[in-house]
Design a protein around this ligand. Structure first.
Ligand SMILES: C[S@@+](CC[C@H](N)C(=O)[O-])C[C@H]1O[C@@H](n2cnc3c(N)ncnc32)[C@H](O)[C@@H]1O
Ligand SMILES: [Zn+2]
Length: 312
């Protein structure tokens, strides 16, 4: 709930250097300068300066993600993230965790233990709505990772970015001195068979060096672990896997070809960081082909890398 995390939030409208916190006053978050943000009846707060960008995940995409993750097809990824977030030698007491681009809050929820608290940040109100229900000690906030995190400096023990945009300077700023950033990105082999069967998805190569370049000066790599396994998916799960990614938007309007992705930004919603992000061709749509090509359960190769960073 927001009450658990309000004190960790920073007013997005005040000058960043002031580090003005937010206090929950009834159903409104307020800063000392008088900016106020109403808590939605579903329990999340929207701290975006403008309207919701068009590329925010839609309610249908969030529902597909929830169904897909509910099958536990990506359970081994969540287990690995949890293990990295909560090392057995970690005796430091309750942790503060933040997931940037949290979606339904699946990975954040998996990491919370004991009295930990978590903040789920996502640009999509539909995702924040869902994440706010994911765990009693999660507060969900609509925010744009690229615009800066509405989180006070130096308060985060573990920051997650799983298939989601990254803002290295901001990630480093919010980290506590011993804090860590855990990033999950797809390897080139990720969902390869499925991508070629459906002729729609591609993964940018050289992703690793790109990530490290972007992190340089802000975050230092301390560990990298590849996670590879085979998942067996029903046709419905394949449809959800496609439907939860940007292919669920109309392909023709989003397909800018291999080099458009997110420009100078990192891990953006149209980059290959999300393996369902970049169609090879505009027509026909992926979902149109599903009925023909995925009649029975299919084995898909899951191949991702879990990166662990500390402040540089
Ligand atoms: C591929 S999904 C991953 C969601 C979640 N981490 C998971 O793996 O289930 C990417 C998420 O990032 C969110 N997102 C996209 N651009 C964003 C931005 N600029 N700031 C914050 N969230 C963003 C999307 O709404 C979506 O929920
Ligand atoms: Zn303010």
């Amino acid at each position: 709930m927001l009450t658990d995390v309000a004190e960790l939030l920073r007013c997005p409208q005040c000058p960043p250097a002031e580090e003005n916190g937010l206090v929950l006053d009834g159903r409104t978050l307020r800063c000392p300068r008088g900016h106020s943000f109403d808590v939605a009846k579903q329990g999340y707060v929207n701290l975006l300066a403008g309207g919701v960008p068009r590329h925010a995940d839609t309610p249908a995409m969030v529902a597909a993600r929830e169904r897909f993750l509910g099958t536990r097809a990506y359970g081994p990824i969540r287990d690995a993230v949890r293990f990295a977030a909560r090392r057995p030698d970690d005796s430091s007491g309750p942790l503060t965790l933040v997931e940037a681009g949290a979606g339904t809050g699946y990975y954040l929820t998996g990491c919370l233990a004991d009295d930990d608290r978590g903040i789920a940040l996502d640009i999509s109100p539909a995702a924040a709505r869902r994440a706010s229900r994911a765990h009693p000690r999660i507060g969900a906030v609509v925010a744009d990772t690229w615009a800066g995190l509405p989180v006070r400096s130096g308060v985060v023990d573990v920051l997650l970015a799983v298939f989601a945009p990254r803002n290295p300077a901001e990630f480093a700023r919010v980290l506590a001195p011993q804090g860590r950033v855990l990033v999950v990105t797809p390897l080139p082999q990720h969902l390869a068979g499925l991508r070629s069967a459906l002729h729609l998805l591609d993964i940018e190569h050289d992703k690793g060096s790109h990530l490290l370049e972007r992190m340089a000066g802000h975050l230092d790599l301390v560990a990298g672990t590849d996670i590879r396994f085979t998942a067996r998916l029903s046709p419905a799960s394949v449809a959800d896997l496609v439907g939860m990614g940007p292919n669920a938007f109309h392909v023709t309007s989003r397909d800018g070809g291999p080099t458009t992705s997110a420009g100078p930004r990192d891990g953006g919603p149209t980059t290959s960081d999300d393996p369902t992000a970049r169609p090879h061709s505009a027509t026909p749509s992926a979902t149109d082909r599903l009925d023909d090509e995925v009649a029975v359960e299919v084995a898909v190769e899951v191949a991702v890398r879990l990166w662990e960073f500390v402040r540089a």
